[in-house]
Design a protein around this ligand. Structure first.
Ligand code: NAP
Length: 297
């Protein structure tokens, strides 16, 4: 439980509501900034303007996925208030105050460093990435069904990358009966792919592995699905690129060749915003319990 902890949730979108719901359920005292147009009332919470926030009482500040922009502005969809988070505000918080954000940038890094407050970038954490791979896989399956006229069962699927997303995707497509090949560049990953009962290859050899591909799923955030690779694919191949923008596919060449190539970012927030929010909430509450409650005891 988070009883006696005062947490400010500043800005955010629908995903943040799940975070608020979970923190409220865990008995935290919540100050919600940037939510005045939200009708729902969460127990133990009060809506405030940024200037009404008692920074000196905060155990933690939870920012939205993007944190703040380079001017310090925090995005919100439930308010017209312009919310700017500053170094001076953070300096007023107690030394133990933890700042959570999905990702960060130079501005947020700098103000947390100057104020000497711990910044936790949730999307850089292994646990969040692994939990998030679950809705990502479901979104990928949805896209594969929508954009092909064959079953996944029996299809030839090439997955590129055996990271947090690649491993979950490869396993799920194999479980659905696809013939899955996985490209990786480390010998230990080649060993793991073999252990999983899938066909391993080195990503550098991708060109040789796509001639019978029905679906190519890229998780590598670098240009690996090059024009040369695409030129070896059958025309019916569908490329689903999960890597963060701009993806790892030569989309211009794919279009020129008439191959369907889809960049599919942010699937967890699209296919399962509630789950995506509860993943973030679960990890935030685990960290707060570990770091703050133990510190107070
Ligand atoms: P990860 O665990 O870091 O895995 C990345 C994989 O790409 C690893 O196998 C890595 O190999 C490989 N790789 C990286 N750079 C490479 C290069 N230059 N050449 C060849 N292989 C390379 O990352 P992840 O958590 O699986 O996420 C993968 C991507 O998906 C990221 O861009 C992430 O932002 C994105 N993502 C998208 C969604 C969505 O909804 N579309 C959801 C979650 C994540 P090594 O281990 O050898 O470095």
């Amino acid at each position: 439980m988070l009883t006696d902890l005062h947490i400010a949730v500043i800005g955010g979108d629908a995903r943040q509501l799940e975070v608020i719901r979970k923190l409220s359920e865990m008995d935290a005292k919540l100050s919600l900034v940037g939510f005045e147009q939200l009708d729902h009332v969460f127990s133990g919470s009060s809506k405030k303007g940024i200037n009404e926030l008692e920074f000196s009482e905060l155990d933690s500040i939870v920012l939205p996925v993007k944190g703040a922009n380079l001017s310090g502005e925090v995005e919100t969809i439930f308010s017209n208030e312009k919310i700017i988070l500053t170094e001076e505000m953070l300096k007023q918080t107690p030394d133990h105050c933890i700042i959570f954000s999905g990702i960060s940038n130079q501005y947020l890094d700098a103000i947390c460093k100057e104020a000497n407050r711990k910044l936790i970038k949730l999307f850089e954490r292994n646990d969040v990435a692994i939990y998030n791979s679950i809705p990502t896989v479901e979104g990928t399956i949805m896209m594969a069904i929508q954009h092909t006229d064959i079953t996944i069962h029996g299809s030839n699927v090439v997955v590129i990358g055996l990271g947090r997303v690649g491993m979950s995707v490869a396993r799920a497509f194999a479980c659905l009966g696809a013939k899955v090949k996985v490209g990786a560049r480390k010998l230990e990953d080649i060993a793991r792919i073999t252990e999983m009962g899938l066909y391993p290859f080195f990503t550098d050899d991708l060109m040789k592995e796509v001639s019978d591909a029905d679906i190519v799923i890229n998780t590598v955030p670098a240009l690996v699905v090059t024009a040369a690779v695409i030129s070896k694919m059958p025309l019916h191949t569908v490329i689903i690129d999960l890597a963060s923008k701009p993806g790892g596919t030569d989309f211009r060449y794919a279009e020129k060749r008439g191959i369907k190539a889809l960049l599919a970012p942010s699937l967890p927030g699209i296919v399962a915003p509630k789950t995506a929010g509860s993943i973030v909430a679960k990890v935030i509450s685990q960290i707060l319990i570990e770091e703050l409650k133990q510190g107070k005891e």
